[in-house]
Design a protein around this ligand. Structure first.
Ligand SMILES: CC1=C(CCC(=O)O)c2cc3nc(cc4[nH]c(cc5[nH]c(cc1n2)c(C)c5CCC(=O)O)c(CCC(=O)O)c4C)C(CCC(=O)O)=C3C
Ligand SMILES: [Fe+2]
Length: 373
């Protein structure tokens, strides 16, 4: 069969061109009916992907930033972060661990469902996994994206990945993406447990007064403005997730939500303040200790182990601030349980929620056209 091509990036809003609306689940409208008996189903863990060695780093970064207007200098800077870890992203081992934990939870619950893995930017590429799903006779796939939140990068782009994979495969299984899980009880519990554990690592006299600082990946202001059906859902969902974690781990305490890992040309505004600037402001205001909790990430991505554990920690040291960094959800058993429950909800025909069923223009960001300034 000839491989079809798809123009994913016409630079036009989906509400101006209805053909773009089919990005939702790769063009398959989610159904509120229970899975038909006998349908062959699978779970696909769909992730970002990351390099496996020095030689992978630049080709990987070129995949990530194609059409996104990220300056070469920024790529070279981020490449150094990867090279610092042997050119190996931590994300692949973390995805393997998550898949093993989900498989074990499914098996313990007596659910027979194969689990597959595919990525947007590096092997195993989702297009290849989709071909495997088709070859294995899978008819329908539930997609668990490794982001808990709204936004183009964290939600819509995963719908586009599904659409691209379905086109590349000439169809294959139908698909539905699981909803955003920022407020799933197990995600909250994992973050709350980690926050409590991080606070407990500080010297006793600082535990009660340390500033609690939630962090998430910064995104361009324009991307934030269109996240979710009414806009700004990325910030709103992050605020909710951070609040729920603080309510459980340190009831009554306040927290700040700040941003990290800004990319893009300096002329383009992204969400602020940056975590390092925020630490400077806290020190200037007389604070003595901080606990960072990267609630915006589901596992210890490179942004966490580099931008927080190296850069932000160094900033805090220079400022004389005591510093602790909370773990991410990773494979916390409550988190894994919640993911499997979300899957069960979809299989039982629960009303599709945001992330499964996204309005046509939700999170849509026009890419930069080649040659555009
Ligand atoms: C919101 C968000 C998430 C969270 C949601 C989710 O998890 O999906 C996320 C995750 C990740 N981002 C990652 C890596 C990168 N992101 C980049 C660039 C960008 N990220 C953006 C946003 C996000 N990114 C944006 C708006 C850009 C600018 C280019 C563009 O508009 O797309 C670049 C290019 C270099 C740079 O400029 O930093 C890299 C290398 C990795 C892998 C890390 C590892 O290897 O452990 C992960 C999980
Ligand atoms: Fe990113």
């Amino acid at each position: 069969m000839p491989r079809a091509t798809v123009d994913i990036n016409p630079g036009q809003r989906p509400d101006e061109d209805p053909s773009l609306a089919v990005r939702n689940n790769g063009g398959v409208p989610p159904s509120a009916d229970p899975a038909p008996a006998g349908r062959r189903e699978a779970l696909l863990v769909l992730s970002f992907g990351g390099p496996e060695g020095h030689d992978d780093v630049m080709p990987f970064l070129e995949n990530v930033t194609r059409g996104r207007g990220v300056p070469r200098e920024r790529l070279e800077e981020v490449a150094e972060h990867y090279h610092h870890f042997g050119g190996v992203s931590p994300i692949n081992d973390q995805n393997k661990a998550l898949i093993a934990a989900v498989e074990a939870d499914l098996a313990a619950a007596g659910v027979e469902l194969p689990v597959y893995w595919g990525n947007r930017n590096w092997a195993p590429f989702v297009e290849d996994t989709w071909q495997q799903l088709a070859d294995d006779g899978i008819e329908h796939v539930y997609v668990l994206a490794t982001s808990a939140y709204a936004s183009y990068s964290g939600c819509r782009q995963y719908h586009e990945d599904i659409a691209r994979a379905r086109v590349a495969t000439g169809g294959g299984p139908t698909a539905e993406k699981l909803p955003h899980y920022f407020d799933a009880p197990g995600f909250v519990q994992a973050n709350a447990d980690a926050l409590a554990a991080a606070i407990a690592t500080l010297p006793e006299e600082l535990r009660g007064t340390a500033r609690l600082v939630a962090t998430a990946h910064s995104i361009p202001d324009t991307m934030a403005a269109v996240a979710g059906p009414g806009g700004h859902a990325y910030e709103a969902e992050l605020t909710t997730a951070a609040q729920l974690a603080v309510d459980a781990a340190a009831p009554g305490r306040s927290f700040d939500l700040v941003w990290q890992s800004r990319s893009g040309p300096p002329s383009v505004p992204w969400l602020e303040p940056d975590v390092n600037d925020h630490l400077r402001a806290l020190a200037a205001a007389g604070e003595q200790a901080v606990v960072l909790f990267p609630v915006g990430f589901v596992s210890d991505h490179l942004e966490v182990v580099w931008d927080l554990d190296n850069e932000a920690r160094e900033t805090a040291e220079e400022l004389g601030l005591a510093f602790a960094r909370a773990a991410t959800a990773g494979t916390h058993p409550a988190f894994v349980r919640s993911l499997v429950e979300l899957l069960g909800e979809r299989r039982a025909g629960g009303e599709p929620r945001l992330g499964t069923n996204c309005p046509a223009s939700c999170c849509f960001v026009a890419p930069r056209r080649p040659g555009a300034a």
